[in-house]
Design a protein around this ligand. Structure first.
Ligand SMILES: [Zn+2]
Length: 298
């Protein structure tokens, strides 16, 4: 081949090698800073939230960038053969892109279907690690679903029943100090009965009987596995409505804690719609709820 082609190959090798190294370095930077950040979070709940939101994503970025780097690097190899004819240049390009794409696609599938089982085990460890009372240094005890209802007001209980929000209540056995953590149950997939992956997700919810001030209601939740597509549903009770409407759990959650900077209120309507409101104080939020009607929501 002509001298132009040889010169082009030389520049190609230099540029592609630099990009390959840069991609791999960025990949390693992402995964290492992810590991360090998770390790630096001492609060178990914060670590839980961080891992739930970031772990799978960061691992995928890492694999993607390293695979990209390797694919590019492979395009600087076998230069002797490629120099013979330009056709070999495109053969190399095609083959390496195929292999690179395959690696990325396979890791995407593994992360989507197999990794949630591993991640869920990791998350459980942080969710159930005994909390320490910052005031006394005592180890706190996690209450069971039945015991914890005493510490949750009816609003929180109803939320637990209807919207798959989970509250974990930790109690210091010596001082009775209470520490409550909120987990968004409906965002987390459960284990599928058919295929065993942690890929069972709630797809919709229908309220069969709405609750009144005098009687409990009933709601049916529908689940579908994102992997094997099998479906199931379950019927759950909704707690009775509180006379007088909404109530904020300020006596439990916001007492004596001046570090709280804001309150986020998420209002759910029956058909799965919800809206988020932000407030700077419990007073502000309480006033809002007094005035609140469904018409103001739209
Ligand atoms: Zn399944």
């Amino acid at each position: 081949m002509g001298p132009n082609y040889i010169a082009f190959l030389k520049i190609w090798n230099q540029i592609v090698l630099v990009i390959a190294i840069a991609a791999a370095l960025v990949g390693f930077f992402i995964i290492i800073s992810h590991i360090l950040k998770a390790a630096a979070l001492k609060d178990s709940k914060k670590k839980y939230d961080y891992l739930r939101d970031n772990d799978t994503k960061k691992i995928f970025y890492f694999i993607f960038l390293v695979a990209l780097g390797l694919t590019l690097y492979a395009n600087t190899l076998e230069t002797q053969t490629v120099q013979i004819h330009i056709v070999w240049f495109f053969v190399r390009l095609f083959v390496t892109i195929c292999i690179g794409t395959l690696i990325i696609y396979l890791s995407y599938l593994l992360l989507k279907y197999a990794y949630p089982t591993v991640l869920s085990r990791k998350l459980k460890k942080w969710r159930y690690k005994p909390r320490v009372n910052p005031r006394t240094g005592n180890k706190m005890k996690l209450l069971s679903e039945e015991e914890e209802d005493v510490h949750l007001d009816e609003g929180m209980q109803a939320e637990e029943n209807v919207f798959s929000v989970d509250y974990d209540v930790w109690v210091d056995p010596d001082t009775n100090d209470v520490h409550i953590e909120k987990y968004p149950g409906h965002l987390e997939a459960e284990q599928c009965n058919s295929c065993g992956f942690m890929t069972m997700k709630q797809i919709k919810e229908e309220i069969i009987t709405p609750p009144t001030e005098h009687s409990e209601g009933e709601t049916e939740k529908f689940y579908q596995c994102t992997y094997c597509k099998s479906k199931r549903s379950k019927v759950l009770k909704i707690a009775r409505l509180e006379p007088g409407g909404y109530k904020l759990p300020d006596h439990v959650m916001f007492k004596e804690d001046e570090r709280i900077l804001g309150i986020t209120l998420e209002i759910h309507i029956g058909d799965g719609k919800s809206k988020i409101y932000e407030f700077t104080s419990t007073e502000q939020a309480r006033d809002f709820l007094k005035e609140f009607s469904l018409e103001t929501m739209t």
